[in-house]
Structure formats: structure tokens, C-alpha cells
Design a protein around this ligand. Structure first.
Ligand SMILES: Nc1ncnc2c1ncn2[C@@H]1O[C@H](COP(=O)(O)OP(=O)(O)OP(=O)(O)O)[C@@H](O)[C@H]1O
Ligand SMILES: [Mg+2]
Length: 325
């Protein structure tokens, strides 16, 4: 069964010169993990906003969990959880009150003015989720006393409290530290295993999409490619050999003599298309380092955008992820 069906989706903002989303079509199966990647301004948030009924479309068809985004918006909303790209908490409430308000909207309670009066299922779930994302101590504090990362974690708890069938995550880990990022992904993986939740992710941390079922790259409002991550790696990226020798000059002159292209980047990096063994067998210089670099999804993604979209990639100082400007 398809949980997300998008056909020829178009969004033209008022007074814009071109559509932000320009004829996008894709579908996501039940329980699938789907990554929607693309540079800043590509149209990811616009798409997610339409899919989650917070923005109207110009044309096209969208169904989520079998419900039409225009005609069955209320039913559709019951099936989804969202982490918005921009903060969406009520600053007048405490952390837990923000979650409770959301839970009540989803019919998880009648009118209950206090946490201790809420059903045990709610209290247990909030407490467990707060522990997982590491804000148990901040649960009853006013929003204004929470750091940016803590607020993000709170939004994560809120999106999961009603056990949605489809979870939309628009840059969910932006602003989270490495430990919280990892525990969040472990938790989402558990949620998927336990409930078969379909997950739609946008992120600039491409390593987070390494284990998805399908990657779709959007650029200038159009889908550029849609395939499993492994296919993207295979079809788009050359592999690399990382070599080094005590006598690096001898190694580089040998590579030049063999007509092999290489770059020196602390070590000698030789891109190869065919057999690594073949190259190694032809080298006389004694090697001190010999590694075959397995391409990551991020490598393939950057390579793809450089080749296909003419976009210059700028590495950010965030762990091993690159952001695009
Ligand atoms: N409310 C709006 N009114 C007019 N134009 C908008 C509006 N929101 C977004 N846009 C434009 O639509 C395009 C797509 O924006 P969108 O926010 O969907 O990109 P994105 O892929 O989510 O980017 P990012 O990675 O930076 O979050 C951009 O050109 C943006 O300037
Ligand atoms: Mg966005």
C-alpha cells in the first residue's frame, strides 16, 4: 500500500516568477523510510507543508494514508506527525503542557488540567520519550527556560505522542548535539520497527539518509533523481584509492608515468573506475597506506549535484556532513 502519493504537484507562491514546486511526482510505500534531499530553496519545506495540509497547492494530487489532502484534510491530519523546520512551540506553556495540548487535540485525553490527572498511557509515554531524547529534567519548565536543542527535542516528543502512521521530519536534528542526534535516530528506528511507521525525512546531514529505502533529490522545484541510496552510489560515483608512501614524490611520479589522475590531499587519492588491484600491481614504490574508499551517500549526493546541477558545494564545520549554501 502507498502511504504517500504525490502526482504532478505544483506550488506557485504569489508574485513568484517561477514555481517553488514544479510538477513533482513520487510515492512512498507503507513502512518505508524516504529521504527528500536538495539544496537550500529547492522546494522541500514547500512540499512537506502541502503534504501535511499546512499550505495549499496550486495544482496536482496528493494523498496521505489514502486521504486526499484537499477533501479529507481532517482525517489525513489524524494519521500524521510533523517536526516543522521552524520552531512551533507555544512559549506561554511549559514543555509538558505543549505536549499535552497536542495530545488532547489528538483525542488522547478529555479536559485534564494537570499532568498527574492524565491517563497513565500518556504519562508513561511522555516520560519515556523525554528520557530518550534527554530532557526529562526540563519537562515541567517554561519554554523560555529551554535551550534551542531542548526545544527541538520537545518537538520530537510532541510529533510522536499520538503514534502517527506517517512521520514528516523537516530537518529534525538541526541544532541537536551528536549524542542527541544518535539517540533520536535509534528511537525513530525502534518506532519504525514497532509500529511500521512511514518516515519522510528532509535533512542536510546526508549521513542521516544512509539507511533509507529511497532517496529523492529535488532541485529548483523538480525531482532530479529518485532511487535507493546504493543505486545512487553505484551509478554516480567513482571509487577512490587512498595511497601513501614514505617516498611520496616517487609514488606521485609513478602515478603520473602510468597516466593515472590523482590528487594529493595529505595522502594521494587516485580515482578509479575499474580494478584497484590492477593499479596496485603496477606500482613499484613501497606503500605505507593502501585503502579503498567506499563511497558514502553524501559523496554520491555531492558528486551528483556538482555534475547535474552545477551547484558548488561548501563543506560546513558540522561533523562529516556538508551543507549547501
Ligand atoms: N511563503 C513564501 N512565499 C514566497 N516564496 C516562498 C515562500 N516560502 C518559500 N518560498 C520560496 O520557495 C522556494 C522553495 O523554498 P523551500 O522553503 O521549500 O525550500 P527548502 O528546500 O525547504 O530549503 P531549505 O533547505 O533552505 O529549508 C524558495 O525559492 C523560497 O524562496
Ligand atoms: Mg526547508
Amino acid at each position: 500500500m502507498k502511504m504517500i502519493e504525490v502526482n504532478n504537484l505544483v506550488k506557485m507562491y504569489k508574485r513568484a516568477r517561477k514555481p517553488a514546486v514544479d510538477g513533482v511526482s513520487f510515492s512512498v510505500g507503507k513502512g518505508d523510510f524516504f529521504a527528500f534531499l536538495g539544496p537550500n530553496g529547492a522546494g522541500k519545506t514547500t512540499t512537506i507543508s502541502i503534504l501535511t495540509t499546512t499550505l495549499s497547492k496550486t495544482s496536482g494530487n496528493v494523498k496521505i494514508a489514502g486521504f486526499d489532502v484537499d477533501k479529507e484534510a481532517r482525517l489525513l491530519r489524524e494519521k500524521i506527525g510533523i517536526i516543522f523546520q521552524n520552531p512551533s512551540l507555544d512559549p506561554q506553556l511549559s514543555a509538558e503542557e505543549n505536549i499535552r495540548f497536542h495530545a488532547c487535540l489528538y483525542g488522547m485525553c478529555g479536559y485534564r488540567p494537570a499532568f498527574r490527572m492524565m491517563p497513565a498511557a500518556y504519562r508513561n509515554k511522555v516520560t519515556a520519550l523525554a528520557e530518550i531524547v534527554g530532557i526529562k529534567d526540563a519537562l515541567f519548565k517554561p519554554i523560555k527556560k529551554l535551550s534551542g536543542g531542548m526545544k527541538r527535542k520537545l518537538e520530537i516528543i510532541r510529533s510522536l505522542i499520538h503514534t502517527p502512521d506517517v512521520l514528516f521530519l523537516d530537518e529534525p536534528t538541526q541544532g541537536l548535539d551528536a549524542v542527541s542526534r544518535r539517540s533520536l535516530w535509534e528511537y525513530i528506528s525502534d518506532v519504525r520497527n514497532q509500529y511500521g511507521t512511514t518516515v519522510f525525512l528532509t535533512t542536510h546531514y546526508i549521513d542521516e539518509a544512509e539507511n533509507v529505502d529511497t532517496v529523492c533529490v529535488i532541485n529548483n522545484g523538480k525531482i532530479a533523481v529518485c532511487c535507493p541510496p546504493d543505486e545512487m552510489k553505484k551509478s554516480l560515483l567513482r571509487q577512490e584509492l587512498i595511497l601513501d608512501a614514505e617516498d611520496r614524490a616517487a609514488l606521485t611520479s609513478e602515478l603520473s608515468a602510468l597516466g593515472l589522475p590523482f590528487t594529493i590531499n595529505g595522502r594521494v587519492i587516485v580515482p578509479y573506475q575499474t580494478s584497484a588491484q590492477d593499479i596496485i600491481a603496477r606500482l613499484q614504490t613501497k606503500l605505507t597506506v593502501l585503502k579503498i574508499h567506499e563511497p558514502s551517500l553524501e559523496d554520491a549526493y555531492v558528486d551528483f549535484l556538482n555534475k547535474n546541477a552545477g551547484i558548488e558545494m561548501v563543506p560546513a564545520d558540522h561533523s562529516n556532513a556538508r551543507r549547501m549554501r
